[in-house]
Write a protein that binds this ligand. Structure first.
Ligand code: ADP
Length: 463
């Protein structure tokens, strides 16, 4: 059996992976089952370069991590990854802040990481690289003579060629993707965009049945939507939390309902549009006054990137003005919390909210949508309102699907969700839960590893 080597921007603490949930647990489980290595940044920044690695052995798994220099952090992580690739791949060309030194930093860190990992690779290992931070990783490893099977999964969207072309390095990025044996995408839209780019821009590439042949190599490109650990999340949601219960009971007595939104505070999540839609709903349906509260939890992320400071200011202004306009002594329409919440409490909060609002302007998948479904009580489930631009919308057709740019429609769908009859809620929820189970993170993981095992890598290490 081949060992698995997982490479991701950040490594999780294997001993505490259950607390981070989802992907970290799935990776930890797969690594424990097969043995192997998890390699990535340890989250620290240092003034000067060091080759000293953190090595933590847990059973048959080595967690190997490296710090970044301050310059690497600013050019690779804040720069190319989060000020170029993140906005670009989320269709926000207007927010791209391209600088040549960012790309240099991106290549430097990918090259450095590849060189640091190489001595730990054994013959027959399969390397699975995650996400946009590390697109060049296989190309860099192959340049060092590694001929292992290598797979890549893109957790964020892959936009059409015209958009990708806004980065001066687009041709390199796609050629670098073609250095993997398996490349996975979240949705068929992403997969089609990639295939079209290759078809139209890579002269010697030939594609059929999901297999691209080019430069003497064979690359399998596939759609494989990621999911959550459904059983684990449902169990979390069933746990009781006194304060959440009291809050729920208080609302039941007052005949009040709760709409919930949970997102990192990112401009891709459409949070201001959601606030506008809520305000629109209150304006169009004055009968809802004092009967509904919107709880938005949005912890800070990537605060070193300018666009994130801007979205934060905008949101604070908007929630203040909506509360000022509609609120009363005994009613705060929007409760906005700018802090992380532990997963078990989050799950319980989803369960006790009548409507889950997941309305990104663009999202690779959006796991919150799946978590909201898994958290519901099937006997009396809440309603998911979901953006057509979340990857999850491809599977979760039984949600109330909205266009997040159309705040009027979104407001109307929220109101519809609040008065949806029990039977329709149950029927929709049963179908949604079915779909969420089909892409459980365990199945997702196994399917990708199977594909990688079946791929035709040269399977030997150069001396
Ligand atoms: P993204 O990866 O872009 O942040 P996803 O919705 O796919 O978006 O995944 C976000 C994950 O982070 C989910 O598992 C969600 O439960 C978790 N999360 C989001 N907001 C919070 C929060 N305030 N506190 C704790 N966890 C959060």
């Amino acid at each position: 059996m081949s060992r698995l080597v997982v490479v991701s921007n950040r490594v999780a603490d294997l001993r505490q992976a259950t607390q981070s949930g989802g992907l970290a647990v799935a990776i930890a489980d797969a690594l424990k089952a097969k043995g192997g290595v998890w390699f990535g940044w340890d989250g620290n920044t240092l003034e000067n370069e060091t080759e000293k690695l953190g090595i933590d052995r847990v059973g048959d798994v080595d967690v190997i991590s490296s710090p970044l220099t301050v310059e690497d952090y600013s050019q690779y992580y804040i720069g190319y990854a989060n000020s170029v690739l993140w906005p670009l791949f989320h269709y926000r060309v207007d927010l791209v802040d391209y600088r040549p030194q960012y790309f240099e930093g991106y290549m430097r860190v990918n090259g450095k990481f590849a060189a640091l990992l190489k001595p730990f690779l054994k013959q027959g290992d399969m390397v699975w690289v995650h996400d946009y931070h590390l697109i060049p990783f296989a190309e860099r490893l192959r340049a060092l003579g590694c001929r292992h099977k290598m797979g890549f999964f893109l957790h964020i969207p892959f936009p059409p060629a015209d958009i990708i072309a806004a980065s001066p390095n687009h041709a390199y990025l796609v050629e670098a993707l073609l250095q993997y044996d398996v490349v996975g995408f979240q949705t068929s839209t992403d997969l089609n965009n990639f295939n079209r780019y290759v078809e139209e821009n890579i002269p010697d590439a030939m594609g059929a049945d999901g297999v691209i042949r080019c430069g003497g190599r064979t690359v399998r490109a596939l759609r494989l939507p990621i999911g959550i650990d459904v059983a684990q999340f449902t169990e979390l949601a069933e746990k009781t939390f006194e304060d959440i219960n009291i809050d729920h009971m208080r609302r039941a007595i007052l005949r009040q309902r709760q709409i919930v939104g949970v997102d990192r505070l990112d401009y891709s999540k459409g949070i201001p549009e959601r606030f506008e839609a809520f305000s629109r709903m209150l304006h169009l349906h004055p009968e809802l006054e004092k009967t509904v509260t919107f709880l938005q939890i949005a912890p800070p992320t990537r605060e070193d990137v300018t666009a994130y400071a801007e979205i934060r200011m905008r949101l604070e202004g908007l929630s203040g003005s909506i509360n000022g306009k509609f609120g009363d002594i005994d009613w705060v329409p929007i409760r906005y919390i700018h802090r992380p919440v532990p997963r078990p409490r989050l799950a319980a909060m989803f369960r006790s909210s009548e409507v889950g609002l997941v309305t990104p302007l663009r999202d690779g998948m959006n796991l919150v949508a799946k978590e909201y479904v898994a958290a519901q009580d099937p006997a009396d489930p809440g309603v998911l309102v979901l953006s057509q631009f979340a990857g999850a919308a491809e599977e979760l057709e039984d949600a109330l699907i909205v266009n997040p740019h159309d705040t009027e429609e979104m407001g109307e769908k929220m109101e519809l969700a609040l008065r949806m009859p029990l039977e329709e809620r149950q029927n929709r929820h049963a179908r949604l839960l079915d779909r969420v189970k089909q892409s459980d993170v365990g199945i997702w993981m196994e399917t990708f590893i199977d594909q990688l095992e079946g791929a035709g890598g040269a399977d030997s290490v150069a001396a």
